[in-house]
Structures are given as structure tokens and as C-alpha cells.
Design a binder for this molecule. Structure first.
Ligand code: THU
Length: 160
């Protein structure tokens, strides 16, 4: 037998103020669109903003449903919208901001497993990495250079 070691590196920014200016502006858009989340059940609001290589910005917030699994996370609302409206554009950066209506979220909130798989699909499709930045309501921002850090040993179409 043998072991496989997976190395993962994240860059940690102390706060949104420490981000590069273009990312900071993108994060402010994610914070703004987070307010449009339809989250009457979880009271947990997530906003996401994408910067595309055609300079467009695509936004998403989580949209819940009384039939719980019918809802969708902010990241997938944004990434599917980008695929639907700008199918040939590459996604350069994705930022995520999350906040609860009931308590203060000060740790970075990473994308859920289903969102990681969806982000991976688009990274694979465009054959170029997507920078991902995520944070809570305030506090540190984590940056990953690619979804691969968040989803090692990923499943792609080559397995089909
Ligand atoms: N949520 C997101 O929008 N993104 C994630 O990556 C994690 C969870 C949403 C889904 C649901 O509306 C609420 O947060 C609580 O899980």
C-alpha cells in the first residue's frame, strides 16, 4: 500500500479591506446581492459575484423553497446564470459572502460540496482556474487559486 498526500494552500486576508481593489469591489457586490437572498427557512443569506473575461459581473444569492431540496445556493445561481447568459466567457474570479439573520458569522464560509462540484465543472470546461474568495459577514477572507484546492480527487467527464 501507499499513501497519497494532498497539499492545499489558501491565502488569508485579514479583512475585506486587505483585498486587491478589484476583488474588494466584487466582494461589495456579493455583500449587496446577499440582501436579495430568499432565505425564509434557514435565515442564512449568501451572495456571490463572478468576474468574467468579457468584463461582465454576474451575481447570485441563495433561493430557498418550502420543498427544501428545490432551493439553490448562491454560488450555483451565479455560475449557472453565467453559463446561460455568457456561455463562451471564462470565469476569472468568484467571491462569496455569507451572513445569518440570527447570529454573526465571522469565519470564512466555504462553498458547499454540490457547489464545489458545479464550480469544478466550469473550471474544467473553460480549462482555466477560477480564483475563489470567501468570507462570512466580517473577518478573514480566504482565497483559493482554483477549485482544485477545495475539491481534490474530483470527478470529471473523463471518467464517463
Ligand atoms: N448556501 C449557499 O447559498 N451556499 C453554500 O455554499 C452553502 C449554503 C445556502 C443554501 C441555503 O439556502 C442556506 O444557505 C442554508 O444552507
Amino acid at each position: 500500500m501507499k499513501n497519497i498526500q494532498v497539499n492545499t494552500t489558501f491565502t488569508v486576508y485579514q479583512s475585506v479591506d486587505e483585498l486587491p481593489i478589484d476583488v474588494k469591489e466584487l466582494m461589495y457586490k456579493a455583500i449587496e446581492v446577499r440582501k436579495n437572498a430568499y432565505a425564509p427557512y434557514s435565515k442564512f443569506r449568501v451572495g456571490s459575484a463572478l468576474l468574467l473575461d468579457n468584463e461582465k459581473i454576474v451575481l447570485g444569492s441563495n433561493q430557498e423553497n418550502a420543498a427544501y431540496p428545490s432551493g439553490l445556493c448562491a454560488e450555483r445561481v451565479a455560475i449557472f446564470q453565467s453559463g446561460a447568459v455568457y456561455p463562451d466567457a471564462k470565469i476569472l474570479k468568484m467571491v462569496i459572502s455569507a451572513a445569518s439573520d440570527v447570529n454573526k458569522t465571522v469565519t470564512p464560509i466555504p462553498p458547499c460540496g454540490s457547489c464545489r462540484q458545479s464550480i469544478f465543472e466550469y473550471e474544467f470546461k473553460q480549462n482555466a482556474p477560477i480564483e475563489i474568495y470567501f468570507m462570512g459577514e466580517s473577518g478573514e477572507v480566504y482565497k483559493s487559486d482554483s477549485i482544485k484546492n477545495l475539491l481534490p480527487l474530483s470527478f470529471d467527464k473523463n471518467f464517463l
